[in-house]
Design a protein around this ligand. Sequence first.
Ligand code: ATP
Ligand code: MG
Length: 558
Amino acid sequence: MTNSDSPINNENFLELIIRKDLDNGLNKNDLKFRFPPEPNGYLHIGHAKSICLNFGLGKIFSAPVNLRFDDTNPEKESIEYINSIKKDIKWLGFEWNSECYASDYFDQLYKWAINLIKKDKAYVDFQDQEIISDQRGVPTSPGVNSPYRDKSIEENLSQFQKMKSGDYNPGECVLRAKIDMASPNMHMRDPVLYRVMKTAHHRTNEKWKIYPTYDWAHGQSDFIEKVSHSFCTLEFEVHRELYEWFLQNIDTKKSLIPKQREFARLNLSYTIMSKRKLSELVDSSLVKGWDDPRMPTISGLRRRGVPPQAILNFCEKVGISKRENIIDYALLDFCTRKILNKISYRLMVVFDPIEVVITNYDENQSETLLAENNPEDKTYGNRKISFSKNIFIEKEDFKEEANRKFFRLTLGKEVRLKNAYIIKGDSVEKDDKGNIKKIFCTYDQKSKSGSGSPESLRKVKGTIHWVDKNNYENISVDVYDKLFKIESPDENPENDFKTYINENSSNSFKNVYAESNINNVDFDKYYQFQRKGYFKLDNKSSDKKFIRTVTLRDNTKF
Ligand code: ATP
Ligand code: MG
């Protein structure tokens, strides 16, 4: 790393690198970035950070950003993953310039490999992976040369040709670059360029029996696409020397050489951030698919009801830095609440109902009250809710006897029914076991919310939600908790991360009573069940099933 690359501030050191390159003569029109996922799983929130970075820089510099599928390992990749990745990027609100595939460059990569062999800079090695690895040794002392390293160019050309034709079996041989077995950088100790793999590829079908490694494919793909800046996560910093070596050695006259720079990956508490591990959770049915609402995938977050803007705001708050750390999951929840407070429709929903009888309300009467859909935004309008003599409230919102800090319903004290009247608790009816069956109250007829009467403006300490017993819908709600019991399930490599799974992370409530406006809910809208949290209609369920996105508040300050 040169001095000019060191972060000046944590927010935008990559942006500063680009500005410096422009100052040093790089043409603004030559700026181009890419987001390069391998289609071996669904995108997670860590990818969102990289998406926001690359597409964000594209916006700042009015430069194109390619979506490049790094599809060099057909054993793990599929069209399903490609489609999900495209869907997720669009949902986050970004548009790519070209949709590219490393597999489209397989012919060119092959030609470049031939050129390397012709320059005596690559050779076919017939040793197995373990021996190759042992021979690399340790950074502090030189490795051992492969006995296949000094074959003639002709021999290597013919063997590589045979690799391509499928004459060798997987594991029998690899093509390696001939660089420096004594380099202190282990990645320069004759890295592998190609391995034999007789797996059909989702795009090139049976054509190839050899597939390029990440290192061999990545920089060259950047170069072919004329990417100016190739941003990747910090673990690739040690690959940079190799990235540059390949570009210097592929015989190209074109002037724009892409520049690889690195930033810290996103780690989030109580979760894991690796497609391989997430796919283990899916395969072992520890979660119900990639879009399980507990998953840190974009599709899981979407299903849980996290709006795209919350993810963008979260990525912005996290920023881009050179230092790895673990971000508190509560920050994502904070960003989610902040957006949902502004955009969600309010409804009243009772999770654990108990009946309240308003004794001074006429049995044959019922009325329609008006309630704001979203007090944060008047343009959301009002909704009608019905009110009558019998209503349901939450069991926990009533106590027969309570201390002065209990601001909900109790005997002898007043509380406001949200969007309705002030009521006072008078008595209770109990069953044989002493459980309260009904609460009897009286209401203040003049205290209707929004009526403007002096009584309606009277301050009472608490407000509780309710639903009309004559007009409600039964819904079910899934409430999820964190997927892992500990902050860093990934931390201890000796313990399988799956042992830290929180077995009680999924709870269902079946008999939840909602105001009848629940019949008009929409899949693409966001809801707040007042005093309970933010909820989203589950788009995977045909019944009226909701998923809790997040609770209403948390004490963590950001
Ligand atoms: P995974 O281990 O989850 O598969 P990956 O890095 O192998 O991650 P890719 O599909 O290769 O996944 O990633 C595409 C891009 O997203 C890369 O540029 C990668 O650096 C970036 N990326 C992946 N994970 C994170 C993360 N946690 N934080 C920031 N960027 C990430
Ligand atoms: Mg990868």
